[in-house]
Write a protein that binds this ligand. Sequence first.
Ligand code: C5P
Length: 269
Amino acid sequence: MPAPEGTAHRPTHLSKKPIAVDERMIVALDTPSADDARRLVDELGDRVWFYKIGLELFMAGGYWELLAWLASKGKKTFVDLKFFDVPNTVAAAVGQLRGRGAEFLTVHGNDEMLRAACAEKGPTKILAVTVLTSLDEADLKALGFQASAADVVLSRAERALDIGCDGVISSGLEAARLRERLGDRLLIVVPGIRPVQNRDDHKRTVDVEEAFANGADYIVVGRPITGAADRRQAAMSIQARIVNLFEGGTGLQCPPPATNGTSFPGNSI
Ligand code: C5P
């Protein structure tokens, strides 16, 4: 018989950082327009307090207005533009973010790019991208990497820490090794949250409990919520699972997880 939800993964590296439990899930606002994003945020209401806005909305227009609107609603924001350019350009781009209130910004580059970003970051925290969860060992090899995904992630995280980055984006599979090797000094933000049997573009995924058990401080969830028939219910289910992990089932404010999952294809997170 399968273990009940929330008990299958021993929380060996459960985050002790002082993060509000309802801010540990960051919802990826990957929508075709800023208006769609606003509708989704209104629908999710007080169930979600942290949003990531990335490339799709950046290209759709109204990005900065959306960022300000989210802040006006008391939401935290994560600017996920994965900067990758010569250090001077990265520094200038990071400087443009000053005063806009973003909590996190992603940079996807080598040491000099990360250093340039950190020099200009102000109060925004810099998260270094390690290895995208859509890449597996074969993809890395094709890109010219000789090392395993786990080794590339660890090496990039070590360098990010030395340089002064605040955290990393990492697959949940590699998070435990980062915690074991680097302790609590970096924030670990884990996207690619899926059931183990995954059928979309992610190849190195974990579920909610596994991500946190492996040491994630935050998880990023996109399509399992944005693609659900009932998006609010999908968000509530995940939040309930997080509350269960961090508060041992006390203070549960959301209904218990849906047993049939969301309508996301192949998804039962
Ligand atoms: O829809 P899904 O849950 O896959 O959304 C994940 C989000 O996290 C997307 O916005 C994607 O850009 C981002 N992501 C990331 N780094 C990864 C994998 C996904 O920033 N390694």
